[in-house]
Design a protein around this ligand. Structure first.
Ligand SMILES: NC(=O)c1ccc[n+]([C@@H]2O[C@H](COP(=O)([O-])OP(=O)(O)OC[C@H]3O[C@@H](n4cnc5c(N)ncnc54)[C@H](O)[C@@H]3O)[C@@H](O)[C@H]2O)c1
Length: 360
């Protein structure tokens, strides 16, 4: 699942179910994509975005829902992969009626799909959606939810980075390494703190002056550089993309000086084949969807009744999963992105197959 060629054809992508939802009065137009329920109900967030066309919205939900199946499989969750998109500008059309209409469509799937936050939707929105459906996570703490999922996302990324450090340098620590963090947002900030606690030197950048100011005042030992180009070309051991997707592309990979890439951003590989270029340059890339699964682990825990310590323990296991993937990649002579996909597909097939044992 490393990189998808977007397609608007659910038959060729192998999705189980794609549901188009419309409520004219509130302006809701949503698509819910369920890629797989082999491991359990599909879980994935709702992206609220002003897509240029319905075809673009469909292509996005197909890619994202498939990605969630792989992420949830390797996060060791008993959950399949799904995602939803609401087509429109949230600034213009988001309303109580629209969110509740959406909640009723989620409810109509009877638990085949659990929703959560994504770009354009927030914890407060999930509380509104929850007035119509039981199948919603990413809720506020006041409503028994997990709150800010970036806490365990950052923790999981840190665990993945420790496993990569062990693989490359023989010891599961970033102590004494120079780590370049691109993006000091919700995840990047927590990650920076973990790295400094571990004894790493942090070099960082962010386009937002407020984020840079945060670094200057909170962690004056962090070295700030002008932009991602400067960060990538600087003398760093680890590159941590924590801003937008596509960080590993034809411009960055050839000049990257880091030996390891581990970061929170989704869809870091800009196009198919770039994982091979990384491997050929001797750069270890820990697949984004493996190391950034702490957030989904955090919200998935709400289904059991949220317990932070239990969720943190699960996110800590990202260390073991990353280690397993890196070993498999070596054993099978493939890049880690390919090894991760194989492991996820194996779990979906092996555990999913058990449903064929008849119970009643
Ligand atoms: N928050 C989560 O739980 C979670 C879970 C999984 C994956 N992710 C992914 O991790 C990434 C970061 O998430 P977040 O919640 O911290 O988002 P965020 O919006 O809080 O932070 C992103 C930061 O990146 C900065 N940025 C944007 N463009 C940049 C550029 N060109 N160069 C440098 N900095 C730039 C922004 O100013 C912002 O401070 C995203 O790709 C997100 O999809 C987040």
């Amino acid at each position: 699942m490393g990189v998808f060629a977007s397609t608007d054809d659910p038959v060729s992508t192998g999705h189980e179910q794609v549901v188009f939802c419309q409520d004219k009065q509130s302006g809701l137009k949503a698509i819910i994509g369920i890629y797989s329920t082999a491991l359990g109900p599909a879980l994935g967030g709702t992206r609220f975005y002003p897509y240029a066309s319905e075809a673009e919205a469909l292509a996005d939900v197909l890619d994202l829902s498939r990605g969630m199946a792989y992420k949830n499989a390797l996060a060791n969750l008993d959950l399949g992969g799904g995602k939803a998109v609401i087509w429109g500008d949230p600034e213009q059309i988001k309303s109580e009626a629209l969110l509740r209409a959406y909640g009723r469509f989620v409810e109509s799937l009877n638990g085949r799909y659990y929703t959560a936050c994504d770009v354009g939707t927030y914890v407060a929105d999930m509380d509104v959606v929850a007035r119509e459906t039981r199948y919603v996570t990413g809720r506020s703490v006041e409503h028994g939810g997990a709150g800010d999922s970036s806490i365990l996302t950052a923790w999981g990324v840190f665990q993945g980075m420790r496993a990569a450090a062990e693989h490359v340098w023989g010891s599961p620590t970033l102590a004494g390494r120079r780590v370049g963090v691109a993006g000091l947002g919700k995840v990047g900030k927590y990650l920076t703190a973990h790295l400094l606690d571990d004894g790493a030197e942090v070099v960082a950048t962010d386009v937002n002056p407020r984020a840079r100011e945060w670094a200057r005042t909170t962690h004056p030992q962090v070295t700030l550089v002008d932009d991602t180009e400067a960060l990538v070309a600087s003398d760093i051991d680890v590159y941590a993309p924590c801003a937008l997707g596509g960080a590993l592309n034809d411009d960055t990979v050839p000049v990257l000086r880091a030996k390891v890439v581990t970061g929170a951003a989704n869809n870091q590989l800009a196009h198919p084949g770039i994982e091979k270029v990384l491997a050929d340059r001797g750069i270890l890339y820990t697949p984004d969807y493996v190391v950034n699964a702490g957030g989904v682990i955090q919200v998935a825990d709400e289904i059991e009744g949220f317990n932070f310590d239990r969720a943190k323990l699960r996110a800590t296991r990202i260390f073991d999963t990353t280690r397993q993937i890196l070993r498999l990649a070596d054993d099978e002579g493939v890049p880690p992105a390919v090894a991760a996909d194989r492991l996820a597909e194996r779990r979906m097939a092996e555990v999913g197959r058990l449903r064929t044992i008849h119970l009643r």
